[in-house]
Design a binder for this molecule. Structure first.
Ligand SMILES: Cc1cc2nc3c(=O)[nH]c(=O)nc-3n(C[C@H](O)[C@H](O)[C@H](O)COP(=O)(O)OP(=O)(O)OC[C@H]3O[C@@H](n4cnc5c(N)ncnc54)[C@H](O)[C@@H]3O)c2cc1C
Length: 399
């Protein structure tokens, strides 16, 4: 058992941390850094992405054969946590959802021709992407087997009709991965924004800051997809999306730990300087207990994430580990940010600092990529199947 980071990963971690501290975090306090939806504005993003490339930190999760740094899930856990100490971080390194998960699945499933056409431009940062899966009731949400959007095969192409919603990034994406019902089950497809037969009905207003391109409701009215743009086998769509969501869920967790850490750093800074009733807030035991608990919750989250990452890197699907990490990290992010706001007093509730941004963003963590209850159901399923072997060490029977 070895908790030491390999030298290569530790060096990259320090480089990433310095970049985030020196180049990205200072942008957060400048109002002109933001777009209309509270994210980093696109022209500034272009500048920062160029600096990331020059620093040799671009797309660390992508294989070296496709111009990335070749890190697996363990190295990603370390770097993503550092990146998302800034609210702007992950997108600057091309490590933000949904591109990150989409690149992962395309690299894993697509044919080489498909990779050149659909994946490489996302890796280079030339286009953005989206995953269209969730539908309004009575269509598929938590239960994707209820998906109603249909693709019918005719004359070597697929004709798609249906509705999707909450599709992150759809307003800016050029490359879409779409999940639709076909004969024989669900099938995944690729399409380009310029193809006719689909439209964005509306950008759905949400509680928190938005990803670039928002969260959109999409209508398909006879979108034609050539069979060569089918991703994987007919009827294998659910399996493909589960592969994508496995690591994508975990990368959400990696990033959310970064936001949790930053929230607590801001709280520690405030209580270390603020005095009341004759002493520093940081010297009060009640404050120390709050900070200690939050720091411990973050570390519990990190251990769960790193174990799942290590298992995936060593060939396991690690489904119950990913589910446990997702539940734990989503709760920790919400609780730690709430504590940080409380400890900052009125300032924590203001827009002068980023805690209120993180607080509004954090609520989605318990919903996206599987609601907490669905992950609890999955954990329970594994517990029921494996009884006391559920708590095995190493790579177990869950693969
Ligand atoms: C900010 C944001 C971004 C998103 N981005 C995307 C995207 O890019 N692409 C995409 O396809 N989708 C996206 N989604 C959709 C998201 O994945 C779904 O909201 C999520 O899967 C839940 O589906 P639903 O909303 O239909 O909830 P429902 O399935 O209607 O469930 C509602 C609630 O019921 C409870 N519940 C459901 N099942 C169970 C169960 N088995 N046991 C106990 N309780 C249960 C949960 O509390 C759940 O929250 C996004 C959503 C948000 C909020």
């Amino acid at each position: 058992m070895d908790y030491q980071l390999p030298d290569k990963i530790e060096k990259l971690r320090i480089k990433t941390k310095d970049f985030v501290n020196n180049i990205i975090i200072p942008l957060e306090s400048d109002k002109s850094s933001y777009d209309d939806h509270e994210n980093i504005n696109l022209s500034l993003l272009e500048d920062i992405r160029e600096k990331v490339k020059q620093a040799g930190l671009w797309a660390p999760q992508i294989p070296t054969s496709r111009s990335g740094l070749g890190l697996g899930p363990v190295g990603m856990s370390v770097l993503y946590e550092e990146m998302n100490r800034s609210i702007f971080g992950p997108v600057c390194f091309n490590c933000a959802a949904p591109d990150d998960g989409n690149m992962y699945i395309l690299n894993k499933i697509a044919t080489e021709e498909q990779k050149i056409k659909w994946l490489d431009p996302i890796i280079r940062g030339e286009v953005r992407s989206a995953l269209a899966m969730t539908e309004p009731a009575p269509g598929g949400g938590s239960d994707p087997s209820m998906i109603k959007t249909e693709a019918v095969f005719s004359n070597n192409k697929w004709i798609v009709n249906g509705l999707k919603w909450y599709i992150t990034g759809a307003g800016i994406a050029s490359h879409f991965i779409l999940l639709a019902k076909t004969k024989g089950g669900l099938t995944a497809f690729l399409y380009h924004k310029d193809q006719p037969g689909w439209n964005i009905k509306r950008r759905i207003p949400i509680m928190g800051p938005e990803e670039h391109g928002g969260h959109c409701e999409i209508e398909y009215n006879g979108l034609e997809i050539p069979d060569e743009n089918r991703l994987g086998e007919v009827g294998q769509g659910l399996k493909i999306v589960q592969i994508r969501l496995g690591l994508a869920r975990l990368t959400h967790c990696m990033r959310w730990i970064g936001l949790s850490k930053r929230s607590l750093e801001i709280a520690l800074d405030y209580v270390s300087h603020r005095e009341g009733f004759g002493i520093k807030l940081a010297d009060r035991e009640s404050i120390q207990i709050k900070l200690g608990k939050a720091a411990m919750d973050i570390d519990i989250s990190r251990l769960l994430v790193m174990r799942a990452a290590w298992k995936i890197e060593n060939g396991s699907k690690s489904r119950q580990d990913v589910s446990m990490a997702k539940i734990q990290v989503a709760d920790t992010l919400n609780e730690v940010c709430d504590t940080a706001i409380q400890l900052n007093g009125a300032k924590g509730y203001s827009k002068d600092i980023i805690l209120e941004w993180i607080y509004r963003y954090a609520r989605q963590a318990k919903l996206v990529d599987g609601a907490t209850e669905v992950h609890q159901m999955i954990v329970n399923r594994f517990f029921n199947n494996y009884k006391s072997d559920f708590w095995h060490w190493g790579i177990g029977p869950d693969v």
